[in-house]
Ligand binder design. Structure first.
Ligand code: SF4
Ligand code: FE
Length: 483
């Protein structure tokens, strides 16, 4: 089944036997859970959109491995055009879900594993690239969603993995067997893992030789024995239990993160992509981070499009749309959003072929892209809140609006222009609240800061890639300095 429908995807998740905990209880039916379901719907959208003829060119592609038509989220990029289309696809998915649709981490893990395993094999005569190719074939043939797990809890940041008071603060191999390895540790902030069939685990930092047991990368099903997910809280998450689609702002879609525990999980040999070759951990991290920093130049821009539209509607609905400062704020929001998109497209267009044959982004530009993402969505959100006005955070609930006694007061006094219902005005304000302060704020605001690496991580890469010495030579040549 090279392309699954959205409904088939949901049913495939239903069949899994994941250990998920939320609010101190095991979630027996995550698929129909009102807090988790919107995030599943966002991943489902990546399947639904791939079925629509108008999005075929962005959402699907011919596989370089199987020759079949596959979802682009499972693709190994074959050109800079593929890299550009990836960003455009992510913008589309952001526009359609107004949330994190979660499937990109797997795509970014595929492409970084593809090139890194090739280079490890070349240096060490190992068999990781073939392992990975077999795995990719399985993923593409079954149109799977795969979580990419990188972030270890890290404990004391001043100490290396093997020097931590608790050696499990970074995920590691605790037992080596003839048929595989046993791993223990945790991965924090796992976006979408409970909506995935599989997880690819990677190290989180460059490693030195004494950290050999931490240089491990592999793939396992998310319901493998020993994997436990603990769902993270989001602002306003329990509103989803109240049954009001107006009050949640975005009733259909959302994102979800989980602290994921690997309690002595067995990994068979053919699912291992790195095992002890410490000098390649940094390459894998750098490439995965680079691809995911490119991704943010697509997904956050798509969500930004929805937020800009919502702010413009809020102004329309209270008659402020012609005020020059409102127009100017919308221009500024658009300028910032398109600047993010520009760097997402630029790092893709400037990509290049790796030794293995797949394409990678320009790392400097991808890091610049993500560095901009740590700032601009905050300003876009600030301007949206400015245009929305205070009612965005003081509006009464849908229940009050529906109440026969007090509802008419809300209808009357919270009305904006005559042509628009109070209900529609409140819907738009709740959407802005959801994107800037509610459940989607995880994906739009704070994930913009920390997802794909916190700002300082990009600044380190920018300093490494920025070629200051080359620039000094340029200045010397112009100034006619010859020493
Ligand atoms: Fe995809 Fe963006 Fe979510 Fe990352 S944050 S998984 S790039 S939607
Ligand atoms: Fe993310």
């Amino acid at each position: 089944m090279a392309l699954m429908t959205g409904d088939q995807f949901v049913e495939s998740i239903r069949k899994m036997n994941m250990k998920i905990y939320m609010f101190g209880e095991k979630v027996e039916n995550p698929v129909d859970n009102p807090i988790l379901r919107p995030s599943l719907n966002s991943v489902k959208a990546t399947y639904d959109l791939a079925q629509m003829p108008e999005y075929e060119d962005l959402m699907t592609v011919t596989s370089s491995i199987t020759g079949e038509k596959i979802n682009r989220f499972c693709h190994i990029h074959q050109s800079t055009e593929d890299l550009v289309k990836k960003v455009k696809m992510q913008r589309l998915c952001g526009q359609k879900t107004a949330s994190c649709f979660q499937r990109c981490v797997g795509m970014d893990a595929f492409n970084s594993e593809y090139s890194t395993t090739y280079e490890i094999d070349k240096a060490h005569g190992t068999n990781y690239h073939q392992n990975f190719l077999n795995y990719m074939k399985f993923v593409q043939e079954n149109d799977l969603t795969v979580d990419g797990a990188m972030t270890d809890p890290k404990g004391d940041r001043s100490l290396s993995p093997s020097n931590q008071a608790d050696p499990d603060m970074y995920l590691r191999v605790v037992e080596r067997r003839p048929d595989g390895v046993v791993v223990r540790g945790a991965k924090a902030h796992q976006t979408g893992i409970c909506n995935s069939q599989e997880v690819i685990v990677m190290p989180t930092i460059a490693l030195s030789p004494e950290d050999k047991d931490y240089a491990i990368s592999f793939a396992v099903p998310v319901d493998a024995e020993g994997i436990i997910m603990i769902i993270g809280r989001q602002s306003c998450d329990t509103r989803k239990l109240e049954g009001s689609s107006i009050d949640v702002g975005n009733s259909e879609f959302g994102g979800v993160e989980a602290l994921t525990i690997f309690e002595d999980v067995f990994v068979p040999n053919d699912r291992i992509f790195l095992n002890g070759e410490t000098e390649f951990a940094g390459m894998l991290v750098e490439r995965f981070a680079g691809y995911h920093r490119q991704s943010y130049g697509g997904c956050k821009v798509g969500v930004g499009d929805v937020l800009i539209g919502a702010a413009a509607l809020a102004a329309d609905y209270n008659g402020a749309q012609k005020a020059s400062h409102v127009k100017d704020k919308l221009i500024e929001m658009t300028h910032l959003n398109e600047t993010l998109y520009s760097s997402g497209i630029a790092c893709s267009a400037e990509g290049h072929k790796t030794e293995s044959g797949n394409y990678i982004i320009d790392l400097l530009l991808a890091n610049v892209c993500k560095q901009n993402v740590t700032r601009f969505p905050y300003e876009i959100a600030r301007l949206a809140e400015d245009i929305a006005g205070g009612l965005m955070v003081t509006a009464p609930s849908e229940k009050d609006l529906r109440d026969p006694e007090i509802g008419p007061y809300i209808e009357k006094y919270l009305k904006g222009i005559n042509a628009v219902s109070t209900e529609n005005r409140l819907k738009i304000l709740r959407l802005i609240e959801n994107l800037t302060l509610g459940t989607a704020a995880v994906g739009y605001r704070t994930e913009s800061m920390h997802g794909a690496g916190s700002p300082q991580a990009q600044r380190i890469m920018i300093s490494r890639q920025g070629n200051i010495n080359g620039k000094k030579e340029l200045a010397k040549a112009i100034a006619k300095i010859t020493e």
